[in-house]
Design a binder for this molecule. Structure first.
Ligand code: EPS
Length: 397
């Protein structure tokens, strides 16, 4: 990110997760409840494991917000790990003569365990897994909720949904130009994050079946952002390109292995006339598109159409029926470490995806419009809108 900076610290069973987000302008009204809403959404989802019954993620603003308004100083967002109480002997920071009661010496295939042990010279994979755990996404969701609040004040909306779990895909067609062709209330009501209620029974059965045999599942989630101004990001240098910035942020979510925009990978097999979104004059002297296969991005910039991006998530490496592995102490064959785990966490990952997209878009707005104080950002955006609209180039769909 270029204007926003996000740092996080925290171990999965340590006392807390903390995010430090700097670069948010002063003057943004912000309540802990706004962040808690997304923290709660991240915890829900059919297929989650026992940990979420222990946690009740709630943020405490420790810095950067005074009397309900941001001050322009770095925000410190703290979330306690309630499960730490059960792990204090293992996770304390003071030196101990006692051996760790539960060292992890058999790495899980697909997890950071083995390469992390090699990289840092650990004898116990707990030193890897505590930090590589997706628990860290609490910090991203908390920071993303702040970015969403900033985007809302700039007129932009973000929402995400699940489009596939365990190979069962939601094939209900949507108009990529129209975010309201998706029933977002239904998505929020669904503990699978699905827009098509007809699919829920099958997906639930697939998850139950996987749980019964002790394996995990992956899936695909889709994030939308709309009412975006055109021209965020840039074509002039490789670092400005928004596709790369969004793709990098989404691929940085644990277990995410692929990202596609708009019509996605299918464009590689089609001809140009089938892929690019033709431009037409509209009735009020402006320009419009009838399709949005580009998913809202052309030339590394937003084009004013909804941003539509999908991310593919691999199955979680922790399984109750573990794969073959080796004990790193003896090099003998052993079953991979088993730890309480989620069968799948795609509905939660989509909330993390919303957060990452929100952070990248908020960063791109601040890069383009600046502003120590929110009113400055809004004034610069309004000036830009008038300039672009004067030439009829603010796209309407
Ligand atoms: C995770 C293992 C599980 C997940 C965890 C990610 O945790 P535990 O070992 O405590 O049961 O629940 O995700 C979260 C804690 C969370 O809040 O998302 C892992 O190994 O990555």
């Amino acid at each position: 990110m270029r204007r926003l900076k996000l740092a996080s610290a925290g171990e999965s069973h340590g006392p807390l997760e903390i995010a430090i987000l700097s670069g948010i302008p002063a003057g943004l009204p912000l309540l802990e409840e706004q962040v808690d809403r997304d923290l709660g959404r991240r915890q829900r989802g059919y297929g989650r494991g026992g940990r979420q019954q222990i946690e009740q993620d709630r943020v405490r603003f420790q810095a950067g917000v005074r009397r309900g308004v941001t001050t322009g100083a770095p925000l410190a967002l703290l979330v306690e790990n309630r499960d730490h109480a059960n792990w204090s002997a293992t996770m304390g920071s003071a030196p101990s003569a006692e051996p760790d009661p539960r060292p992890v010496t058999v790495p899980r295939p697909g997890h950071a365990d083995l390469s992390g042990m090699a990289k840092y010279g650990f004898a116990d994979a707990r030193d890897v897994l505590e930090r590589s755990s997706a628990r860290e996404t609490v910090s991203r969701v908390a920071a993303g909720a702040v970015a969403k609040a900033l985007l809302a004040s700039l007129g932009t909306r973000i929402a995400g949904r699940v489009v596939a779990i365990g190979g069962i895909a939601d094939e209900h067609s949507v108009d990529l130009l129209d975010p309201l062709s998706i029933d977002w209330e239904q998505v929020e009501a669904s503990d699978l994050g699905l827009a098509s209620p007809g699919l829920e029974e099958r997906v639930r059965a697939r998850i139950d079946e996987a749980r019964a045999v002790g394996v995990s599942l992956g899936g695909i989630f889709e994030i939308w952002a709309w009412d975006l101004c055109p021209g965020l990001g840039g074509y002039a240098t490789m670092q400005e390109r928004l596709d790369g910035r969004l793709g990098g942020a989404l691929l940085g979510i644990p277990a995410v292995k692929g990202v596609e925009f708009g019509a996605g990978f299918a464009v590689a097999a089609a001809s140009g006339d089938e892929v690019h979104d033709a431009l037409y004059p509209d009735s009020v002297g402006g320009v419009r598109r009838r399709t949005n296969r580009a998913g809202g991005l052309e030339g590394g910039m937003t084009n004013g159409a909804p941003l539509v991006v999908r991310a593919a998530m691999k199955p979680i490496p922790t399984m109750t029926s573990p794969l073959p592995s080796i004990d790193v102490n003896t090099r003998a064959s052993a079953s991979a470490h088993r730890e309480r785990s989620d069968v799948e966490a795609v509905p939660a990952a989509r909330v993390v995806g919303e957060a990452m997209v929100a952070l990248i878009l908020a960063d791109a707005y601040l890069e383009k419009f600046g502003g120590d104080r929110l009113v400055d950002t809004l004034a610069a955006l309004e000036h830009y809108r008038l300039r672009v609209e004067e030439r009829g180039l603010w796209p309407r769909s």
